[in-house]
Structures are given as C-alpha cells and as structure tokens.
Ligand binder design. Structure first.
Ligand code: ZN
Ligand code: ZN
Length: 307
C-alpha cells in the first residue's frame, strides 16, 4: 500500500484574499459611532454639537434595531445590476419604501429632547411635512441638490436615509454586489465616500477602504491615489500642527480636491463620520488652500451648523 508522507510545512493554508467590500455591521455601527462622538466631544471647542450628533447616532441605532427588514429589489434586478457593474441599491434607481419615513419619525422623537432651539424648530418643521414633501427632500439630498434646501433639517433626513440604506445593505449577501472598474463611487448605492480609512489587523492590515456617505459600506482602493479622479500623481497629505495624527486630508493637484483619510494604527477607535465632524478645522484649512471637498457628510451641510 502506497503511503504519502506529508512533510512538515508541506500543507499551505488557503490564501485569504482581503474583501473588496466590507458591509456595515448593523448591530453595532451607530452605537459605536455614538460612543466615539461622545468621546470626541470632551474638551472639544464644538462639544455641544458633537454631543448632539452622539445622541443622533444613538437614535439611529435605536431606530435600526426597532425596524424589520425592508423591501428589497427582486433577485432578478439584483443579478442584472451585478452583470452590468451597477450598484444594486442605487440612490437614483431604488424605489424607497415608506419605512424610511417611519424611521425618521422614530428618530425625531428620540432626539427631540436633546436638540437646541434651531434643531428643535427644524424637527417641528419636518414633523409637519407631508409624505410627498419628505420624498422630494430625500431626492434632493441624495442627488446633491442642496440649493434652497432646509439645511438645519437636512442632517436629520440624512440620518434617517443612512438607517434605511444600512437596513437594505445588511439584508443582501456579499455575492450580490458587483466589483466595478471605477472605484470612486460606492458599489452598493452609487454614493460618494465621506472619508477613507487605513485599516489594521489580519488580511486588511494597511489596506485603505473608502467609506460610503450613505449606506456605510466600505470598498477597497489602493493608497496614494485620488479617490475622486483616480490620479496617482500630485497626491499630498495635510494635518493640523499639533492636531490629531489619526486624521489627515489627502489632496490631489490633478482635480484640486481632498478627502480625509483616517489611520486606525494611530487610533483604532476612529469612525469616518464622527472623526470627520470633529475635524472641521482641517476642512477650513483645506478650503483656504483652495481645495474642494469631494464627498459629503450627510450629518453636516454647509450652513447647517450653528453650534
Ligand atoms: Zn453606499
Ligand atoms: Zn484627483
């Protein structure tokens, strides 16, 4: 009888590819963000604003936990999107069901007691809007059409839409999503990223992921490359003297844009949305240097912050 002797070291472990796409962890995402915001608020010049955002994130987690699975696009449509490299939960194609507005109601009730007078007035305005008016508001916000929008109310709509899209993306499988050739938009919903994160540990060690401003998915993009025009030339990094080492602005001289990049090796607790809100001073610096920000933060719109 032939015997095969396996020498030590002969068996290779299967190679594990880092994921192209990281779906959000819906059970902890907003709760962790809330804790991060509360921590960032301590001793911060914008402490009241960050604390309210912490309450808002807590309300997002509460809303998410209290809602059932949303209505998904049918399997045929998801497979069609995948075959054509299109986002299956695209903001321009998905028919939103009413549950996002139910989520908004829960969210508004939950944060009403924590709001300052300006935000309280914005909550009251939203509570009187018809379903049709809320849908128009959402459409405009999702298409980046902010002119004339109620900017004090926009972050609340943004927060409700984030909850809805996280519910959607959490109900799909990794195999449902395409791996498109263009890496500047979210492969799940087609939105722009809020920031990017250089991750730590395991197969993701040192890899950079762009973080979606809407559905909170993350997709891999190589480092030292513009997340807006994909140029690899003219990329530079800025941070504030004596400021947080974990947050930098990645600028591109080809398209004159910037997006923040967070380094988990400097602080493993960083959160793209929270740390972006807490580093507004860096946005002001980049604006003064003539760079345009390439992706939104749906919890803060120019002119919406009065803290
Ligand atoms: Zn997305
Ligand atoms: Zn660029």
């Amino acid at each position: 009888m032939a015997t095969t002797i396996i020498e030590p070291g002969f068996i290779q472990p299967p190679s594990i590819e880092p994921p192209f796409l990281r779906q959000p962890n819906a059970s902890v995402l907003f709760g962790e963000r809330s804790r991060r915001l509360m921590a960032l608020a301590q001793g911060h010049a914008m402490a009241d604003f960050l604390r309210f955002m912490g309450h808002l994130a807590e309300a997002q987690q509460h809303t998410l936990d209290s809602q059932a699975a949303p209505v998904l696009p049918d399997t045929e449509q998801i497979m069609l999107c995948k075959a054509h490299g299109m986002p299956p939960l695209g903001t321009q194609t998905l028919l939103r069901d009413a549950s996002w507005r139910e989520g908004l109601s829960t969210l508004l009730e939950r944060v009403a007691g924590q709001a300052n007078p300006t935000t309280s007035a914005a909550i009251a305005r939203l509570q009187t809007l018809s379903a049709a008016a809320l849908e128009v508001f959402a459409d405009r916000l999702l298409s980046g059409d902010y002119a004339g929008l109620d900017l004090a109310a926009a972050p609340l709509i943004g927060a409700a839409l984030q909850v809805y899209w996280v519910r959607l993306v959490s109900a799909l499988e990794p195999g449902d999503f395409p791996r498109p050739d263009v890496h500047t938009l979210c492969p799940v919903c087609g939105s722009l990223p809020t920031a990017s994160v250089v991750r730590i540990s395991g197969v993701e060690q040192g890899l950079r992921y762009l973080h979606c401003s809407l559905c909170e998915s993350e997709w891999n993009m190589v480092r030292i490359k513009c997340s807006h025009c994909e140029s690899t030339k003219g990329i530079a990094y800025f941070n504030i003297d004596g400021g947080d080492e974990a947050v930098k602005a990645e600028t591109c001289d080809e398209c004159n844009s910037y997006l923040k990049i967070l380094y988990m090796e400097k602080n493993r607790a960083v959160d793209p949305v929270a740390d972006d809100l807490a580093s507004l001073a860096l946005d002001i610096l980049m604006d003064e240097a003539g760079y345009q920000r390439s992706g939104p933060n749906l919890l803060l719109f120019p002119g919406s912050h009065d803290a």
